[in-house]
Design a binder for this molecule. Structure first.
Ligand code: APR
Ligand code: ZN
Length: 380
């Protein structure tokens, strides 16, 4: 038992008080974990677009004060009642979506959409009692995605915690909590490009480049990067992307351009933009007979996918996926092993690093489009 188990911990957290305003480092009180929860000492966290999106609160219900953060790695400090597979000292990745191992989804080998612990962006409290574990002078602070990793200590449902090899460097594997696995898994688990195939990646942000890493690892020979921002092309070369298309350079649909480049279409495409037109292009640019397109980006709430049904009759397949089809507790330890075996590269995603007190710089880098991932060091 750690000396802090069962007690309230006072620690530093970056609190967001108002939409779009810089976070402030505050002393917060973190309550002990309740039934099926664990309290984690966060060592490294990184910033993802999803944090920024909810921090800006454009179009969603604002929920403040809130502690953001969901890509992270840390060590279990203490566990609540009923937690049997985690102990203090375990190295873990908290994940924004969970795996209860009991619901119909968790029992199906085909699904990672756990009914109990699936992502819920509107919930700012813990499931056990509908309360927050964070407070400042008695004022509750909302959680974010059940993870809230912009805090030196956080409380997470044990079903949202993947226990990993303690030899893994936490300042690298923290990016597996969200962005990397979302793109990489979309390719290797869902698109499954055969060796030597041609793969189009729409959107060359961190998610798209992770999808490209999946194509590289799968042995794809042509990896075609599609982006309306040509500034992304140079960096993408480090991720195995070897051909580039900017839809803005053409006065016809980009799917036609890609079909010409590839003698009828790519074998696989992965869409990582969130843009509905890119989603339609990603589908229509795959080869008839065998092409598979996978949608990853989060679309605008009013978006409608429109394509001619003949595209399906001609044996093109359209799929969508969530978190790279990974079950967090079951599958993440294996992804960590792949990194330790040097089968996948994570370093190239980490373009910046800041100390916790400089967390607002991580937001600036992302808003300027300068960073893929900025690691935030919680311990100096
Ligand atoms: N065609 C091609 N590329 C596009 C288009 C389009 N119509 N629209 C946007 N893009 C490009 C952008 O220029 C950018 O380079 O898609 C890229 C998206 O990258 P980021 O904004 O860095 O986003 P990322 O973090 O990689 O996430 C991508 O996945 O998880 C979701 O919500 C996330 O929808 C987003 C997507
Ligand atoms: Zn479940």
């Amino acid at each position: 038992m750690s000396s802090t188990a069962g007690q309230v911990i006072k620690c530093r957290a970056a609190v967001s008080w108002e939409a779009g305003k810089p976070l402030t480092i505050e002393e917060v009180e973190v309550a002990p974990p309740q039934a099926m929860e664990v309290r984690i000492k966060v060592l490294f966290t990184s910033l993802c677009h999803t944090d920024v999106y909810f921090w800006e609160a454009k179009g969603q219900k604002p929920m403040f004060p809130r502690i953001f953060g969901h890509e992270a790695a840390g060590i279990v400090e203490s566990v609540g009642e009923g937690v049997t597979d985690l102990v203090p000292g375990d190295h873990v990745l908290p994940v924004f979506t969970g795996e209860c191992k009991e619901c119909a989804h968790c029992l199906s080998s085909d699904s990672n959409m756990c009914s109990l612990l699936r992502i819920n962006t509107d919930r700012g409290v813990m499931l056990a009692d509908g309360q927050s574990r964070f407070s400042i002078n008695g004022q509750p602070i909302y959680h974010f995605l059940g993870t809230s990793t912009f805090s030196e200590y956080t409380v997470v449902h044990s079903g949202c915690v993947a226990k990993i090899n303690p030899l893994a460097p936490l300042d690298k594997v923290c990016i597996l909590s969200c962005g990397f696995c979302t793109g990489f898994g979309a390719t290797v688990n869902v698109a499954k490009p055969p060796k030597g195939s041609a793969v189009a990646i729409f959107g060359l942000g961190a998610v798209g480049l992770s999808a490209a890493e999946g194509a590289r690892v799968s042995g794809a020979s042509r990896i075609i990067g599609v982006d309306i921002n040509p500034n992304r092309f140079e960096e993408a070369k480090n991720f195995g992307v070897n051909e580039f298309v900017n839809p803005k350079d053409y006065d016809r649909p980009v799917q036609e351009v890609i079909a010409e480049m590839t003698n009828g279409g790519v074998d696989r495409s992965v869409e990582c933009t969130g843009n509905i037109d890119a989603m339609i292009s990603a589908f229509e640019c795959v080869h008839d007979g065998w092409g598979v397109a996978v949608l990853v980006g989060v679309p605008h709430k009013d978006a409608v996918f429109k394509t001619h049904p003949v595209n399906f009759l001609n044996e093109r397949t359209l799929k969508g996926t969530f978190y790279g089809h990974y079950k967090p507790r079951t599958d993440l330890p294996g992804v960590v092993e792949k990194y330790l075996n040097k089968e996948i590269e994570l370093e190239k995603f980490i373009t910046h690093e800041v100390s916790f007190s400089d967390i607002n710089k991580a937001f600036d880098y992302m808003l300027q489009g300068a960073s893929l991932r900025c690691i935030i060091r919680m311990v100096d």
